[in-house]
Design a protein around this ligand. Structure first.
Ligand code: NAG
Ligand code: NAG
Length: 457
């Protein structure tokens, strides 16, 4: 019997909690204005770091995605149901992989095909300069979400280019034997395609007339498989998937500015970057608001490349002196150094900077708590994805023009924060390849010209 009063208290306690929750819901859970009135109040009380990270994740550096350029492009094309494009896995650094996947999507749009998104060919972990290890037969790789946010891509495409049907994998076609024998597509060998002259010192080769490419590809396909007797689904297999072949600079500005943003860095790496950016504030005694644009007086993002790489970079001494003179000429004293330099060169650079009272931090200086383990698990290229997010928020950025990463960051910053070109560089020393008010790339004439003209940042 003694249990009865106790049970009553127990029930009353539940009733209290329930009533309280109901009150909270009525007070704060309403939609619209009623709730907005309290978000500012809550913001003050929630953990600052959590607010910062959530602001970071909810605000892209140049505002929400604008899809009118993409929508115009897609609605202009003739789409063929059952025509399917597959593309070989894309090798290289994050900027190369991103542009390769975008190139595959762009070719699908140009020919009005459905698509299976390409995979990512991971570089060798033993030799960073080997970007296509064990390369025989069709390339196998990791799915796209290893680097990028697939849900964001699918949502955005669904909103602005619903014409492009995206399939998960070839398994969707298991009962279609036709699909096993695709027409092969090598973009460089399509009859009639004109390839731009290779500028001296520039690596890549670009299609000259991007707007004719779709028709040229389909003329070739129609020769191999006459449309009248063709059975669908019908697959075209692009192999290899070149990263820098489409003349993105010739796209309409609303398209060029936003197309690359379809591939957003995967959410856990963005959150990791946000936590580090939060700590940069403490390290450098700065205030950064991820909801706002950049503050040019904030830190300088610097990329030095001395790790093994398929491309030749200038020696450490040249890159380091370019970077340091850029920092000093801009009267800056705080540097975030990205991935890309050997451990020795990271120490050398930090030491040299110290002589000029310039402070250098890296990801390893900025992680804390559970993020330490998360960072330790990342590959060389995944670490660059974190750098991509952080350097977009730097006040200034510098790197070498041989680096596709540097172009990707530099161009995205230009599109985000300012009008092209027109920066006074008279205060800068060294061989300038490209500069904007917010970013400067060093290097000889023409270096990285294929990146400049083909990157969708
Ligand atoms: C630029 O070069 C001049 C001449 O060599 C030198 O006096 C000056 O200190 C350099 N400036 C920077 C920022 O490195
Ligand atoms: C750096 O500071 C010097 C001396 O105060 C000034 O003359 C120069 O214009 C500044 N440079 C920049 C790029 O702000």
């Amino acid at each position: 019997m003694a249990a009865e009063p106790y049970r009553l208290v127990h029930y009353l306690r539940f009733a209290f909690v329930f009533l309280f929750l109901l009150w909270v819901f009525v007070q704060f859970g309403g939609t619209g204005d009623n709730r907005n009135q309290y978000t500012t109040l809550f913001r003050k009380f929630r953990d600052q770091r959590a607010v910062f990270i959530s602001d970071f994740l909810n605000h892209d550096v140049n505002g929400p995605f604008k899809g009118d350029g993409l929508a115009d492009l897609c609605s202009d094309k003739k789409w063929t149901p059952g025509l399917l494009l597959t593309c070989d896995a894309v090798p290289g650094g994050v900027a190369d992989v991103k542009n390769g996947i975008l190139t595959c999507m762009r070719v699908a749009i140009e020919i009005g095909a459905e698509i299976i998104l390409p995979e990512i060919k991971l570089r060798s972990t033993m030799d960073l300069s080997d970007i296509t290890p064990h390369d025989s037969g069709p390339r196998r790789g990791e799915p796209l979400e290893h680097f990028f946010d697939r849900a964001y891509l699918l949502n955005t495409m669904g909103q602005y280019c619903p014409e492009l049907k995206i399939h998960d994998s070839l398994n969707d076609f298991f009962d279609e034997p036709n699909v096993l024998t695709p027409v092969k597509l090598d973009l460089y060998k399509v009859p009639g395609v004109k390839i731009a002259a290779n500028l001296p010192g520039s690596g890549g080769k670009l299609v000259l007339e991007g707007d004719r490419l779709g028709k040229q590809i389909m003329d070739m396909v129609d020769k191999k498989s006459p449309p009248k007797s063709r059975k669908y689904p019908f697959r075209i297999d692009m192999r290899p998937t070149p990263s820098y072949i489409m003349p993105s600079f010739a796209d309409s500005p609303p398209l060029r500015k936003y197309f690359g943003r379809l591939l957003r860095v995967r959410p856990d790496l963005r959150a990791l970057a946000a936590g580090m950016l939060f700590n940069i504030q403490k390290a450098f005694d700065l205030v950064i608001d991820p909801r706002q644009g950049i503050d040019v007086d904030a830190f300088v993002g610097v990329e030095l490349r001395t790790q093994p790489d398929p491309l030749p970079f200038p020696p450490y001494a040249v890159q380091a002196s370019d970077a340091l003179s850029y920092v000093l000429a801009n009267n800056m004293s705080q540097v975030y150094l990205t991935e890309g330099a050997t451990d020795d060169d990271v120490s050398n650079f930090a030491e040299r900077c110290r002589d000029f009272e310039v402070k250098v931090v890296t990801k390893d200086d900025l992680v804390e708590g559970p993020d330490v383990l998360a960072l330790a698990k990342l590959s060389y290229d995944e670490r660059f994805l974190v750098d991509y997010e952080i350097t977009l928020h730097a006040g200034l950025f510098t790197g070498n023009a041989q680096s596709s990463f540097a172009w990707s960051v530099g161009l995205r910053r230009e599109f985000a924060f300012g009008e092209p070109g027109a920066a006074d560089s008279s205060h800068l020393n060294g061989t300038l390849r490209w500069h904007s008010p917010y970013s400067t790339l060093y290097g000889k004439q023409h270096i990285g010209d294929d990146f400049r003209r083909a990157v969708w940042p």
